[in-house]
Design a protein around this ligand. Sequence first.
Ligand SMILES: Cc1cc2nc3c(=O)[nH]c(=O)nc-3n(C[C@H](O)[C@H](O)[C@H](O)COP(=O)(O)O)c2cc1C
Length: 335
Amino acid sequence: MNRKDDHLVYALKQENKINDFDRVRFVHHSIPSIGIEDVDFGTYIGKHKSNVPIYINAMTGGSKKAKEINQLLYQLALSFDIPFALGSFSNGLKDIKLLDTYMVYNNDDENRPIIMANIGADKTLEDAKKTIELLGVDVLQVHINAPQEMVMPEGERDFTSWSDHIKQMVLELDVDVIVKEVGFGMSKETVEKLKKLGVKMIDVGGRGGTDFVHIENQRRTYKMDYLENYGLSTVESLLEIKDISNIRVYASGGVRHAFDVVKSLALGAEAVGLSRFFLELVSTKTLEEAKRTTKELLLEIKEIMVLLNAKSLTDLRHKDLVYDLELMNYLSQRK
Ligand SMILES: Cc1cc2nc3c(=O)[nH]c(=O)nc-3n(C[C@H](O)[C@H](O)[C@H](O)COP(=O)(O)O)c2cc1C
């Protein structure tokens, strides 16, 4: 089986019931003064307006199975106008015949949702230009995934080119560029460094959901299982960077339901990415059931916003949050 197909299988086997979102609570205020019709949860992905505050985050492409998954994910994206990130285009760059496993959308369709392509920071500016041209996307995600590379038997062992590649891409490309982690989170030092490279948008991609160390360990003979759970959680990452200005923050990693989405938004994210959630939906449910669940997810986000008396994402950002002791301990050590 190819690597991307392995990832689909092992990602679905992984279960993460508890994560750092459970360490965050809202202070409850008993008398909301708005109704659900008052809520507008629209946002922006880069310069593109999105009517929903979530996106389907990067997963797959490059095989027959990947194409089927992408087609189903795109049906959800199209039905609810949800921005949709394709999986890493590295296979497409190697073999143009695989283009149709990514291009499951029609660029001439005026109802097409925001589409994001995805490549690794090991790729050059030329690779990035080719990706954007071939796929006709609105946004480019550039993933940084050092822990995964280390555990991947065939992974990268030299990261000396990453910073330069990122710098060139943000400087030269016309589309919005989001630098994204893949489940290991981002420290404030990382984000300051990215800012120096010219990066304007990040997806903190934190720990708490899909763990690529665990996934890659399934593909190795000599397991590095001591590295499982490595990294910063999505909540820790958002708290790390909450005082950094002039950077647009997106969040993903371990988002299980509407409440995690709302907590991420309250912690400063402009939109929230879900991968495993949507992979499970399209892999285990009929398309009709998957649509019903997606509709319910969006409704529940609005309902929780009413409960918190937030008409918009800006209102949500001012909500009182409290953290448990373990999280407070982390924060006090990082002061
Ligand atoms: C099957 C699978 C494949 C993935 N492939 C990619 C990828 O190609 N590029 C990327 O940036 N992230 C990739 N990711 C990582 C996700 O975009 C996301 O950052 C991570 O899964 C954490 O989110 P989750 O907990 O909602 O799954 C993949 C995730 C899954 C589950």
